[in-house]
Design a protein around this ligand. Structure first.
Ligand code: FAD
Length: 336
């Protein structure tokens, strides 16, 4: 058992899994999260009475530890199977899980009992002999962390760690693609099309009838995701222009006039999906007292983020136990 305090930066799936694992191992994780709620890219936006999962669309499950977590969330009512009408879709060979009643219910479930400082954007890390200090954008610092776990998209993690470990260079070289997401609610149903679909469309590769997910109350709501190429090209475009382009594409793809739009919004994900993952579950620099986790280590999927975070948590726990054991035996030797 060790009681060292660990700063976990980021409360997405990776950071939450890392913090839960550290708690199990007897460490004291404190999570710092820029937003006012957990989840990161497992996100939900609510407006005008409707909700939209504008980040991750669903979770697929391959690993037994992830399955166990999803089963616990399902038992608590915060996750359920999504069974869209999706001819030829992935549901034929995989089960699709979503948070209920909204995607971000799942990270909220994982965040229970954790010590999380919300609305705290970490801008700097400082290391002194006593340990790490985590400094936020208001200049406030929290000190005395024995280890720091960076659970952020790779480019953001690299920027924070640049002064502290040579690993930052490897992390900074991991490419992550942006994604424009458009959320739209129609007056009536969009007829004769499936609830979800991937295509090789150069602009609009993914559409989903958000309202077909379990527990959603606005049936005629859709989420449209733009391709990485389009999102890169139009990264600085005004949101209204992006909405227009994606809606034109949506209508064109099905050769029909869309029902009247009642509500629409958009979101620009700067680091949506890893393009070439690291290929290792996490990175750790024990001498510097810093580790990295996130989906970008393994795959552009929520499950990968969870597994990466859990394994980094276990590695930090093991590292700290070892330090404590050698410290204790050193003291005993000194006492003799
Ligand atoms: C458009 C889109 C569609 C996707 N579709 C799917 C899908 O269908 N299925 C699937 O499995 N996966 C999908 N994904 C990928 C999935 O969302 C991610 O793999 C997963 O959520 C990543 O989790 P993470 O914890 O690694 O990172 P994140 O979720 O990005 O978490 C990082 C957290 O760190 C916080 N943060 C950032 N900077 C700071 C800072 N300086 N200080 C404090 N906090 C900070 C952020 O606010 C965030 O909460 C999709 C992603 C996107 C964007």
């Amino acid at each position: 058992m060790n009681s060292v305090s660990v700063a976990v930066i980021g409360a997405g799936l990776a950071g939450l899994a890392c913090a839960r694992r550290l708690s199990i191992d007897g460490c004291r994780p404190v999570v710092f999260e820029r937003q006012r709620a957990p989840g990161g890219r497992l996100a939900t936006r609510s407006f005008e009475g409707a909700t939209f999962d504008h980040g991750a669309q669903y979770l697929t499950v391959r690993d037994s530890a992830f399955r166990e977590m999803i089963a616990a969330a399902a038992a608590s009512g915060t996750a359920a199977r999504w069974q869209p009408d999706w001819p030829g879709g992935e549901q034929e060979h995989a089960e699709l899980w979503v948070g209920t009643p909204t995607m971000n219910a799942l990270p909220r479930f994982l965040a229970r009992d954790l010590d999380i400082e919300y609305a705290t954007r970490v801008t700097r890390l400082a290391r002194a002999r006593g340990g790490w200090t985590v400094i936020d954008d208001k200049g406030a610092g929290v000190t005395d962390f024995g280890f720091v776990a960076l659970a952020l998209p790779a480019p953001e993690a690299a920027a924070l760690a640049a002064m502290h470990t040579p690993l930052a260079e490897r992390v900074g070289a991991i490419p992550m693609a942006p994604c424009w997401a458009v959320m739209v609610g129609f007056e009536g149903p969009v007829q004769r099309i499936a609830d979800a679909g991937f295509t090789d469309d150069a602009v609009l590769p993914w559409i989903a009838r958000n309202g077909s997910k379990p527990g959603r109350h606005a049936p005629d709501t859709w989420v449209l995701h733009a391709s990485a190429d389009f999102s890169r090209r139009e990264f600085d475009a005004p949101p209204a222009r992006v909405q227009t382009k994606l809606l034109e594409r949506f209508a064109g793809r099905f050769g029909q006039r869309l029902p009247r739009i009642l509500l629409a919004d958009s979101h620009r994900w700067r680091h949506a999906r890893v393009e070439t993952p690291l290929g290792e579950p996490f990175l750790i620099d024990p001498a510097a007292g810093i580790g990295f986790c996130g989906d970008w280590c393994l795959d552009a999927r929520g499950e990968a983020a969870f597994l990466s975070g859990s394994s980094l948590g276990a590695a930090i726990g093991a590292q700290l136990s070892q330090i404590q054991r050698s410290g204790a035996s050193g003291k005993m030797r000194g006492e003799r």
